[in-house]
Design a protein around this ligand. Structure first.
Ligand code: SER
Length: 402
């Protein structure tokens, strides 16, 4: 069985053998001017080079990059989504074309990782009112004998409303028990593992598209998702990388239902990585995403055990996580920030309960009430809603803080 580390090494070696130089993994903090808060894809640190600047290591690159996607926050706990994850990538900066990239992708999945070709399906860009179908990718897959599904929106990749973009081709692997059924858009047991973007355009704020003078290929493969397939586990949470979490957390905090265990493992691990990149909890921006992650951990913990505390968290879990992502921040500092946030949030909840117990707030709250609670008592709306749910006599358990 291939471990996560072996999977990463196999990918990087495959591309190094084909002339790609290894680029270092960068921080989760996206480069200045990038329209997103966090690095959400391996291409972010390479943006200037994809736009045409020569890269000091040449025109064929490969690497692994930690990424964070908040759009998926509510999906965390299902079988495939994680907040922080690792993306393997390969890039052609105006060197080889999309067809070569797809052929290598096919070869690596089949021969390098041993995936049964009968469990692979791909999608390609079928064209829209601005850009025609990606015939080259379509034809390549047909020559390789791989089933193809054309789509429009799902197969156009962009970094944001403006900037680098282009048609893509996504490779899916069947994770169902029997013979594959349906297509990637009709059956979610087809799991997307690898996206090959034919990065040929820049989009401007007026919506216009300009072809790049030197088209690139940008590919990204989700490590944990691929490992889940290689290790044949029911979800990403049972792969080797999560074992320390799955064995330690129930030991610390008693039996945890599966959604809670997944949420705690994902959000704690993600918080550690975000802290590892020197981001601190705050009321806005990146720091607020971090604060939300930690607060969701705490509300999940306290729902069934008000005395549970992050001070129980062993240093080894923090060290294991920082080590995996090659982050050099002192684990003791990370732990101190987590405990500090826990203390602050505990006090805020206490104060919130006191304020909300006042007669003025016993009925439905008006917009003025919410404003007053926020401006005078520092209680954000989502927290007030949470506290009201928590104190309701309905007996339903409160949700994780939104
Ligand atoms: N940028 C593409 C993605 O994130 C491929 O890396 O899917």
């Amino acid at each position: 069985m291939m471990t996560t580390d072996q999977t990463v090494r196999t990918f990087l070696e495959f591309f190094r053998e084909r002339g790609h130089e290894l680029v270092p993994s960068e921080s989760l903090v996206s480069p200045p001017g990038d329209p997103v808060l966090f690095t959400t894809s391996g291409m972010h640190p390479l943006t200037p080079y994809l736009l045409g600047r020569p890269h000091p290591l040449g025109r064929r690159l490969t690497g692994t990059q930690r990424c964070l996607r908040t759009t998926d926050l509510d999906e965390v706990g299902d079988t495939t989504h994680l907040t922080v994850f690792e993306m393997l990538g390969s890039w052609s900066l105006g060197d080889y074309g999309g067809s070569q990239s797809l052929r290598w992708g096919w070869e690596l999945l089949r021969d390098g990782f041993g995936i049964d070709p009968g469990r692979i399906h791909v999608t390609v860009f079928g064209g829209d009112e601005h850009v025609g179908p990606d015939r080259e990718s379509w034809q390549t897959w047909e020559e390789l004998g791989v089933p193809v599904e054309p789509t429009t929106h799902e197969n156009w990749w962009s970094n944001g409303p403006t900037g680098l973009c282009g048609p893509d081709s996504e490779i899916f692997v069947w994770t169902g028990p029997e013979i594959p059924q349906g297509t990637p858009t009709s059956d979610d047991r087809w799991v997307e593992v690898w996206n090959h973007v034919m990065m040929r355009y820049v989009r401007y704020s007026d919506g216009s598209l300009e072809p790049l003078s030197r088209p690139n290929v940008d590919t990204g493969l989700g490590v944990e998702r691929l490992v889940r397939i290689l290790q044949d586990t029911p979800s990403v949470f049972e792969i080797d990388l999560f074992q320390p979490w799955l064995t330690t957390l129930p030991r610390l905090w008693g039996s945890l239902d599966e959604p809670s265990l997944r949420l705690l493992s994902d959000h704690l691990r993600s918080s550690i990585v975000v802290l590892g990149d020197e981001i601190m909890p705050s009321a806005t921006g990146r720091g607020y995403v971090l604060r939300r992650l930690i607060r969701r951990v705490l509300t999940t913990l306290w729902r069934d055990g008000p005395t549970r505390t992050l001070s129980d968290l062993p240093m080894e879990l923090i060290e294991h996580t920082l080590g995996h992502f090659r982050q050099s921040r002192d684990p003791h500092e990370v732990r101190t920030v987590l405990l500090d946030e826990e203390r602050k949030f505990g006090l805020l909840l206490q104060r919130g309960r006191q304020v909300l117990s006042h007669r003025r707030f016993s009925g439905p709250l008006s917009e003025d009430d919410y404003r007053y609670l926020h401006d005078t008592h520092g209680l954000p709306r989502d927290l007030v809603v949470y506290l009201n749910t928590f104190s309701a006599e309905s007996g339903t358990p409160p949700p994780a803080v939104p």
